[in-house]
Design a binder for this molecule. Structure first.
Ligand SMILES: [Zn+2]
Length: 355
């Protein structure tokens, strides 16, 4: 019987960013501990899958030779790629193992051996562009999986849904002119947070015009408004696009206690988001869904968010309860206006109507 795969290896801890860096190995240790303590691994019959190191040639699917060389060189001794993106002597190999794990998850789902999978990997990826490693990201895990599905598996429509609190500027850039990958990102408004991109009028260009969708939410949005906004925009687009596979970039930094973000989701909210996307996958692409871990930095709450997300993937109730969060009326009315403007901008491409 098909099931949910968890891709994990202790080797992911060897990408050493230093003990004070927000993106550190303790994040994965805390998540794995929560999965064990909630007994979700046994109850949901999760399949633990070991990653296999990627052939570095495959990085060329989305990255330039110059970037690959730069990351490999920085990793020889350990060095900075930008002011907050650091490497250690194992980082290049760990990054290859992470992407290799993501490819394996994609292959197992394509072969029907897994229904879906969550890749508990690091370093994260969605800020990495063709030429630059940035924002804690070395190689773009989600984009590489989408490229693998197009080039090696013959797919023609891959949806990437990104619900990290930050906009995935790297993923957007890589597929900005493509309609074979639809990039959909819901994130905190770039005027209030790194990396500054992700406005709703960035819709793609050329062949890809209309196939890049941003839903930038203002600080203070809680579960209620987040889920409302997402359900107004995402399902009609997914239905019209009819993806053959869904790749999810999942960050837990939209949680109300995250140090870097200013959105106000709860662990319950994370369960609901995952459930919505899992249902879309079942409705439109036989359940095919692979998630990759992006950000999320509060060591007390990311394990709860992750376990709840994985529970939704496996069709189980959330193991961690946390009261749903609410949004102040002024923020809510701003979002109502925002949704009207977004629907207007996207209506030439998608069946979105203002009523
Ligand atoms: Zn993030």
């Amino acid at each position: 019987m098909p099931s949910t795969g968890i891709i994990y290896s202790r080797a992911f801890l060897k990408h050493d960013t230093g003990k004070d860096h927000p993106e550190r190995g303790a994040r994965l240790i805390a998540i794995v501990k929560a999965l064990k303590e909630s007994s979700l691994i046994e109850r949901a019959e999760l399949k633990l899958v070991k990653p296999i190191r990627l052939d570095p040639e495959k990085l060329l699917y989305v990255h330039s030779p110059a970037l690959i060389e730069k990351v490999e060189k920085a990793s020889v001794k350990g060095g900075y790629l930008d002011s907050d993106t650091v490497t250690s002597p194992d980082s290049f190999n760990v990054a290859l193992l992470a992407v290799g794990g993501v490819f394996r998850a994609g292959d197992l789902v394509m072969d029907g051996k897994l229904t879906n999978a969550f890749c508990l990997i690091r370093p994260p990826g969605h800020h990495a562009t063709r030429d630059e490693a940035m924002g804690f990201c070395l190689f773009n895990n989600a984009a590489l999986l989408a490229a693998h599905l197009l080039k090696d598996k013959g797919l023609r429509r891959v949806l990437i849904v990104d619900w990290d609190v930050h906009h995935g500027n790297g993923t957007q850039d890589l597929f900005y002119q493509s309609r074979e990958v639809l990039y959909f990102s819901v994130h905190q408004d770039g005027r209030t947070i790194y990396p500054g991109t992700g406005s709703f009028d960035e819709v793609g260009e050329g062949e890809g015009e209309g196939f890049n969708i941003n839903l930038p939410l203002p600080p203070g949005v809680g579960d209620d408004v987040y889920l409302y906004a997402l359900s107004e925009i995402l399902p009609p687009i997914v239905e019209a696009y009819a993806p053959e596979f869904i790749v999810a970039s999942v960050g837990f930094d939209a949680h109300r206690q995250d140090q870097l973000g200013a959105l106000k989701l709860s662990a319950q909210g994370y369960y609901e988001i995952a459930k919505l996307v899992v249902e879309l996958a079942h409705r439109h692409c036989s359940g095919r869904l692979v998630a990759v871990l992006e950000g999320g930095y509060n060591l007390k709450y990311i394990p709860k968010c992750a376990a709840n997300t994985i529970a939704a993937f496996a069709g189980h109730p959330p193991p961690f309860r946390e009261a749903a969060t609410h949004t102040q009326p002024s923020v809510k009315s701003y979002v109502d206006g925002l949704l009207r403007r977004i629907k207007t901008v996207l209506s030439p491409y998608w069946p979105l109507k203002n009523d």
